[in-house]
Design a protein around this ligand. Structure first.
Ligand SMILES: NC(=O)c1ccc[n+]([C@@H]2O[C@H](COP(=O)([O-])OP(=O)(O)OC[C@H]3O[C@@H](n4cnc5c(N)ncnc54)[C@H](O)[C@@H]3O)[C@@H](O)[C@H]2O)c1
Length: 361
């Protein structure tokens, strides 16, 4: 597997922020398979249990526990490591939580991005930076078309808005310090990545559909869903992660022509509503799993959200690979194996191997 992406990750120093989280843990496993020399900066895992602990990710990475709001600590670690590629994922990533803690959400997601880019600016040797934001960074017009990379930033709630701000910060640092026109002088290429609603085994976050579904199953309860008709671009976690890897590899080898924003979402036909996803999961799970619709008033969340990924397809040759049915099957398989007390590292690596075998060879 080390030969994927022209072997550019083999022995390459890669620093991931947010490596203790759901996506961070999958990314560590993927990059480890590619032979990368891995470093991580984040707070302790955000949930108990966590994929980070269950899959023994600490064995694969030099892990620094620190706050992204602490510029001094982050800069010290960055200068000690001198990474060549940086993937920024540390964030407060939950919409409903952001309504409860807006100030922390902005501090972590906006000033955290400023700190990350400032630490990168002060560290020589970095060639490629990917800032992971979200599909929710766009100004949501509640229309049926997918958003394109050149559309306005926005965000109704503090989380979505903070990610729109994180995009603006990235653009300001790119213009001011890592300008593509001066690439020959500074040698740093910086991009941002906007993925959809990312799902997969090993997510235990609060107020997300799949973790809520599994918790209900474990507790023998009927799952309650909010916003049944809200359409989201659901995708398996390996889809955007291989997008970020493709992008970082291009930034690293080809430079500033790949700087800018990139969407990594599923095909249009896989943007399903919450009720469809839940009903399909119940069906796949069996054992009379069932759901009901929550009728209490809920905080505002977008109704329609799709991404147009034509740019990534045309310029990065990146395509969505696992459709929604395959994705949901893999989630059911992962969680059944987990409940059967199988080895978590093994289950997760098995799914990575299967994904790579089906989609890259
Ligand atoms: N999961 C999704 O559906 C989804 C979709 C689009 C974008 N994203 C983005 O992907 C990234 C990872 O999301 P996730 O689902 O893995 O979230 P997660 O909550 O599982 O992980 C978040 C990570 O950020 C770290 N973190 C949080 N606050 C921090 C702080 N103050 N200082 C340092 N580290 C801190 C946590 O320790 C953890 O490592 C986030 O930037 C998120 O906004 C997620």
């Amino acid at each position: 597997m080390e030969t994927l992406f022209n072997s550019i990750y083999k022995n390459r120093k890669v620093l991931i922020t947010g490596h203790t989280g759901f996506k961070g843990s999958w990314l560590c496993l993927l990059l480890h398979k590619l032979g990368a020399d891995l470093y991580g900066y984040a707070l302790e895992p955000p949930t108990t249990p966590s994929l980070f602990e269950k899959a023994g990710i600490t064995e694969l990475i030099t892990s620094e526990i620190g706050d992204i709001r602490d510029l001094e600590h982050l800069s010290r670690f960055m200068q000690q490591v001198q990474p060549e590629i940086v993937i920024h994922m540390a964030a407060q990533p939950l919409v409903r939580e952001s309504y409860k803690i807006p100030v922390d959400t902005y501090a972590i997601n906006v000033m955290g991005t400023v700190n990350l880019l400032e630490a990168c600016r002060l560290t020589p040797g970095i060639k490629a930076i990917v800032n992971v934001t979200t599909d929710k960074c766009y100004e949501n017009r509640e229309w049926h078309w997918g958003y394109r990379e050149n559309e306005a930033m926005g965000g109704y709630d503090p989380y979505s808005n903070s990610k729109g701000c994180s995009e603006l910060v990235t653009a300001a640092y790119r213009n001011s310090y890592f300008n593509p026109a001066n690439y020959a002088n500074h040698g740093v290429a910086i991009a941002s990545a906007r993925a959809g609603n990312v799902i997969g085994g090993g997510d235990w976050a609060a107020d997300r559909l799949i973790p809520d579904f599994i918790r209900s199953i474990v507790n023998g309860e009927t799952i309650k869903i909010r916003s049944p008709y809200a359409i989201r671009p659901w995708q398996h976690v390996l889809e955007p992660l291989t997008g970020y890897q493709t992008l970082a590899a291009k930034l690293f080898t080809e430079g500033a022509q790949y700087a800018g924003g990139w969407n990594f979402g599923p095909d249009d036909k896989d943007a399903k509503n919450v009720e469809w996803i839940t009903a399909t999961l119940c069906n796949l799970w069996g054992d009379r799993a069932d759901y009901e619709i929550e009728t209490n008033p809920q905080p505002h969340e977008a109704n329609y959200l799709k991404l147009d990924c034509s740019k990534a397809k045309a310029e990065l040759d990146w395509y969505p690979k696992w459709n929604i049915e395959t994705t949901l099957k893999s989630i059911v398989e992962w969680n059944k194996a987990y409940l059967n007390k199988e080895d978590i590292r093994e289950i997760t690596e098995r799914q990575i191997d299967q994904y790579i075998a089906e989609t890259f060879y």
